[in-house]
Structure formats: C-alpha cells, structure tokens
Design a protein around this ligand. Sequence first.
Ligand code: AMP
Ligand code: MG
Length: 338
Amino acid sequence: MLRAAHALTGLVLLLCATGCRPHTPAVHTFSTIHMDTVVEVTLVDADRAHAQALADQVFAIFARVEAEMSRYQGSSTVSALNDHAGQAAWTPISPGLETVLRESLRIAELSGGAFDPTLAEVNRLWAFDEGGHQPDPDSLAVAVSHAGWRALQVDAGRARLDSAGCGVDLGGIAKGYAVDVGADLLVSHGVTGAIVNAGGDMRLIGHRPDGGPWRIGVQHPRDPDGLLEVLRATDCAVVSSGDYERYFIVDGVRYHHIIDPQSGFPAAGCQEVTVVAERAMTADGLATAAFVLGPAAGLDLLRRAGARDGLIVDAGGTIHRLAESAVATTTGGDGATP
Ligand code: AMP
Ligand code: MG
C-alpha cells in the first residue's frame, strides 16, 4: 500500500535542502515497497550508482525476510509452522527466523504477554490488511482462547505451535529484524552515513554528510504535519508504533491494529510509542508491547529492557518520557537548526 506524502508513519527523516553546506558528499534516497510498507534507504555516498547497488541489496533482504516470515504468503516458513499448529511435528526454521522467534518470546515474557507473536487468528478476524472490520464476537473469543505465546516452542533450527487454532504473526517485530539485517549489511560495506527506514522502523548509521547526527522528527499522532519532538541520534534504532497506521472508525470509536492479547480488542491506552534502542528488532517488539501496556507500565517495560529512550503519547494526547533518558544526543527542538 503506497502512503500519501503526508501519511503518518510516526517518524520522519529531516534532511536539509540540497547541500546543507558546500562540498558535502551527496545523500541519495531509494525506496520500494515490501511488507506492505514503504522501505527507504538513504545513503551518504559520492557515487549514486554505488549507492543504488547497496540499496538494492537491502531491498533484496526485505524480500527474503518477507517471503520467509509473512503469514500472508502460503509458501512462507511461518505459514508452514501455522499449518502444523496443534500437531506434534516440528517445522525447520532458518537461523534468522529462529532469532526473531526467540526475541519475540523474550519480549513476550518481559512484557507479561502484552507482546504476543501468536495472534495470527485474532488479527485475521480484524482484517486490518484489508481495511479492517469488527469481528464476530464468538469467533474472536475462540481465537483469543487459542492464542498464547507459551504455545510457541523454539528449538535449535526448528519450531512448533502446541495449540491448534493459533498461529504466528510477526507483524510487530519482523520489519525491525529486516531493518537490522539491511543496516548491518551497509555497515559491513563500510558505509559512514545511512538510514534504513521501513515505515517508521529505522536504523541510523553514522552521520549526515556534514558530520552532524541524524535528525528524526517524531510525528504528532493526530496531525501529519506536526512534530512532537526532534531526536538527534547516531548508530541506534528508532521505532514508532501507533494507532494511526491501520485503523477504521465506527460510531466515533477508532479500531486499530495493535491488539491487547487478553481481550482481543485494540489496546486503548496510547496513541503512539517511540523507542530508541540499539537494535531495530528489539525496539520494534518493545514499541508494540509498550503500546499495549499503556504509559506507566509501558515506560517501566522500556526501562527494564534497557531502552536508550522512549516517548509515549497516551490516549488523551499527553506525552510521557523515559525518565532516566541515557541518550545524550537525543534532544527536543523544532528541527529548524542543524
Ligand atoms: P507494530 O506496528 O510494530 O506495532 O506492529 C503491529 C502489528 O503487530 C499488527 O499489524 C499485527 O500484525 C501485530 N500485532 C498486533 N498486536 C500485537 C501484540 N499485542 N503483540 C505482537 N504483535 C501484535
Ligand atoms: Mg512493533
């Protein structure tokens, strides 16, 4: 799905107009669509063709991760795992999928089940990928009763679901993983300045062409043109989750795609969560989990998980900030000055 120029993704990269200063290396941006999201690679590189070749390698990584981890693709490993739910058989998994499943379970445990990678059936009933609709209450209750992260068993090179009627959905974490693998590839090629951004899941590498830190605008969850804050950061991940990404409104109530696993209904405590952490996979899982937990328990989770920074906009629009923010480079501002 292509997003309009002013669509909300939670985070926007703030680049100065061409040439912040004379004689700085060029910045090139390339984009495509994977995982139903605009994937953007921004590279500081004197040679556009070289930058394009690197971006294409990152896009190929996204295509591979999607083909393996999407629950929508019948040929994916995740679909094979889901097809065997409730049976004793193990499904072979790659080291990459094993990493994502293990991190999903770690964040599920850390968040007391607020992050749950086994909501495929529940999410299918809400059908947010097709615009969304209210599910039949009885079917939803059955799907909620069959879901539960403890049913997911991960062993070396294989995984299994112990509950029939439950399925793995990695929509809350796999994008972050793909961002990490793409960013790691760029680092291994000696890139000194780059951003990999998958619809608001970002890894920031090195510096802007003028040597300054990257500046990321945190979008206002109800105003596509408004910024809550500008983060200045390097060599970290910044990830947002929000109720503005996929939603529909009935009788004034917003139904969105981040589900409270206990009720099976959209979580009601937040409008937006932004997490700064070392890895995008971790930040992605934590942002979804904190959104479900709400501002107080959400910030507590981010603190316990060792996030570098966090910003939670509660349901009433009030901003809550991780108190002991450890990111010296993260400061507020209007983004007008470098
Ligand atoms: P994100 O945009 O990273 O917050 O992820 C939202 C996506 O994660 C949804 O579209 C679902 O695929 C999935 N999801 C929804 N609720 C949860 C949850 N409580 N735990 C884990 N994944 C979820
Ligand atoms: Mg997430």
